[in-house]
Design a protein around this ligand. Sequence first.
Ligand SMILES: N[C@@H](CCC(=O)N[C@@H](CS)C(=O)NCC(=O)O)C(=O)O
Length: 338
Amino acid sequence: MPFDVTTVGIGVLLTLTLLGVTLFLRERALRKTQVMQPGFQPQIRLPYTDEWTLYHNPFSLCSKKIRVCLAEYDVSYDSVAIDLIETGSYQNISREFLKVNPGATVPVLLHNGHPIYESHEQLTYVASRVDDARVLVPQDAASRKVMDEWVRKTSLLGDDPIDSPEETAGNAAPGLTLPIFASMVAKIPVFKIIEGLLFHRIKRRAVFFLLMKLAGLAKTLTLKPVSAIINRSAKAMSAHLDDLEQQLSDSGGPWICGDQFTLADVGMMVVFDRLREGDWLHLLTRDRPAVEGYWSALQRRPSYAKGCLDFAHPAVVAATTELAGLKHTGLWPSDLPR
Ligand SMILES: N[C@@H](CCC(=O)N[C@@H](CS)C(=O)NCC(=O)O)C(=O)O
């Protein structure tokens, strides 16, 4: 039988394709993701050494929130840092991490090996387990109600919060983070982002990262879908800060519930820290004297350093500097509605 190079070539190609598809499907099955029930999971038990274990990322807003809460309560914990694509790689969709959270997000807090999903649930769970919850939770019902309302207002709610910035100040943060993301992903190799396209539960996030990577920071800021999200989020954040200005005046300050610093202020602290990182504060605190004073008071709390500043990631520091350099280029919305 004559040796046909073309036929052999096609055969090899088909075999390799089949092998590639099989490996991909197998890997996808091993990295199965799913949305998890919020709160404490008594039925799941993971290996642990310390009473408290925190899987978190230095840059993640929700991770900062639980770190600040643990610092306020002086709770020590076993710290497990997990990379997200913006800080270097998709460790949150690795097989190992998906065993901890099939939802593929951080933070995950373990209490004696049982995970608690969703950072706002983690705050109230920690408060319910420490000796003196009162440190961050008011005892009178009216203040408690205000606190709960503002914990919600600072939370990231829903599967893709960027779609509903009007809902909470937490949800307005991811849109305002897009410029930081764009600056950070510029340094991440494309193949690492493609891993997200293949295995991330929310493909749109990976697509956004890839687009930002390919476009670069300055161009990204001019892309219509990106600038639409940024402008909408900036307007929404502006409205949330108006509510905060009002609340601080109603409560008499210095905190959301008045005299007592609570879980609500923990939530707000990390939203402000994100605004700082994205170089948004100059736009958002101006003409809001109570908010401005509040931000100064937040920065003086030791927990701000322990939960936020001490975890400064070099890539975020570089992004903040880059964004500050762009401030006068007209790429930034400078006339937010009052
Ligand atoms: N609602 C969740 C949000 C969790 C979340 O989206 N975390 C982000 C970081 S702040 C994350 O893990 N992103 C990774 C990704 O989507 O790839 C919470 O409050 O814990």
